[in-house]
Design a protein around this ligand. Structure first.
Ligand code: UDP
Ligand code: MG
Length: 318
């Protein structure tokens, strides 16, 4: 009995790419089924993340004409990470493993065979897709991404370098993932925490073939802050270290002025006064910001709001 694999594809306003993506994925899945690598019960599940264009009607149409295609419609836009989780959680009891990938096929689908090979023959529960070059990303995105992974590693977070959300998860890894209840999701940080045997598969990242990126700079920064604060409390410790350092440094001018005062001198210094007020004021506001970021997170997590609401699930199982 071959394994049932569900391919989960989050989509937000992807009408420009959907048809081609569905076509290419179906060819891939059909060839795997024909070679008896995966079961004919395998499906490609498109998750509509509250798109404002024709994405959902297109998914619906595709699912009626092609039995391999299924669809999940979220009640509103919840962002890439939540949409992906919604897809994974909706199909997890129907399959032996999932492979998640983006709708724009920037991730090379030819390495899917390697993902499945590692799952079947090396009994890996998690297989990470890792980009071995980022030449198709803009220089800016490449550098900021690199900086992000470096910061994450320095903060002690266990994330796989240059891995996005292209990955295979076995059913028990999915069950493990479902135990993590946090509302602010950063999947690439959570999956390593699930554990089990894992491996990586390297691939070349292509350019988006149509439509535009849904990750403008503002969203990328928010995503990076999200990742850092959801995996590490080291920034708060850095605030403490900063406070101690500033205090120690301030002892130097303090001692100096004390000595001067004992010698009967007064120190003039409008500039030093103003500068230190501004520097310390700035540092204080920054530190309040860092702490506030975590308090905000506690506030949002404490409400335990649902991460997504599924409006419709179309899945034809024979
Ligand atoms: N996406 C989503 N919800 C959103 C934003 C994006 O489901 O609110 C999906 C999008 O359709 C795509 C994937 O997330 O399948 C990655 O987005 P994109 O390709 O725009 O990001 P980039 O590759 O530029 O980082
Ligand atoms: Mg993309």
């Amino acid at each position: 009995m071959s394994n049932i694999i569900y391919f989960v594809v989050p989509c937000y306003n992807e009408e420009a790419v959907l048809e081609v993506t569905a076509q290419k994925l179906m060819e891939k899945v059909e060839s795997l089924i024909q070679r008896d690598v995966i079961s004919p019960k395998s499906r490609i599940t498109f998750v509509d993340d509250g798109s404002k264009d024709q994405t959902w009607p297109m998914i619906k149409e595709l699912s009626t004409t092609h039995h391999l295609i299924s669809g999940v419609k979220l009640s509103r836009n919840r962002g890439h990470q939540n949409a992906l989780l919604a897809g994974l959680m909706t199909v997890k009891d129907l399959c032996d493993a999932t492979i998640s990938l983006d709708a724009d096929l920037q991730d090379d689908i030819d390495v899917i065979d390697q993902f499945i090979d590692k799952f079947l023959n090396e009994s890996c529960d998690v297989v990470y897709g890792v980009r071995n070059d980022r030449t198709t990303d803009t220089g800016f995105k490449r550098h900021t991404a690199q900086m992000f992974y470096k910061i994450m590693n320095q903060l002690g977070a266990d994330i796989v370098y240059n891995h996005a959300d292209y990955r295979l998860l076995s059913r028990r890894a999915l069950n493990g993932l479902s135990e993590f209840k946090e509302v602010n999701l950063f999947l690439r940080g959570l999956v390593p925490l699930v554990g089990y045997k894992s491996d990586v598969v390297y691939y070349e990242r292509h350019e988006r073939f149509a439509g535009e990126s849904k990750y403008p700079l503002k969203k990328m920064i928010a995503f990076a802050i999200e990742g850092i604060t959801s995996l590490s409390v080291k920034p708060i410790r850095l605030v403490t270290t900063l406070g101690i350092s500033v205090f120690v440094i301030s002892l130097i001018p303090l001692l100096y002025s004390l000595v001067q005062w004992m010698n009967g001198n007064t120190i003039k210094g409008w500039t030093t006064l103003i500068l230190s007020i501004w520097t310390l004021g700035g540092l204080q506001i920054l530190c309040i910001g860092v702490i506030g970021e975590y308090i905000g997170k506690i506030y949002l997590e404490s409400k335990q709001r649902p991460r997504f609401i599924v409006e419709e699930f179309i899945n034809e199982v024979d």
